[in-house]
Design a protein around this ligand. Sequence first.
Ligand SMILES: [Zn+2]
Length: 220
Amino acid sequence: MNKFLNLHTHHLTNCPHTHEVYQLSLTEKIEPLPSYFSYGIHPWEVGNHNFNKFSTQLKKYSPNPGFVGLGEIGLDKTCDKDFNLQRDVFKKQISLAIELDISVIILHCVRSYQECIQDLKKLNYTGNIVIHGYRSNAKVYQQFCRHFSTYISLSADALNTTKMLTLIKEVPLNKIFLETDNSIETDIEENYKALSKILNLDLQTIKKTLETNFTKLRNS
Ligand SMILES: [Zn+2]
């Protein structure tokens, strides 16, 4: 029996049928660490934390077998943080990923897709990217694919929009993940059911493919 995989969540449910990649917040101390987790400076949090402290902590976390990737990091034009500062912190984190040989970046990107591509390219990042909470079109996804091994992760609101239907059908299933992000009402199983309906594929196939995607992501 394959489990449901929640690629990005801020709330652990510890449900036995689910693998959850928990977004560890910057100052949070959890013992023991969750089975899977990501760690990074969110664009909404730039300037709130000492970068050297963060970097020391990341160096401790990244060798942990549960560490999935650096994230969520990125750029967000709709938040009130200075965009130049966001870019500065984003670039510093990409450099850290390269230095520490971190092969997965979980990307938070709002109205800044071109800038994200530019910065990742400029610094020669060669690992995987998971664009979480993806809400753009297939064209933008393909632009990322031209330069990077790119996955998208979809939340419930994306799965319920007609605008996103075309995108979902254009992106191969072996490049898709599902997530609940910050929502406490959404059950990841509902997202699987929604995707199964959109693609007209049985739940088992979706579960199996997404689990394989996760294994591939972790091993590349
Ligand atoms: Zn998030």
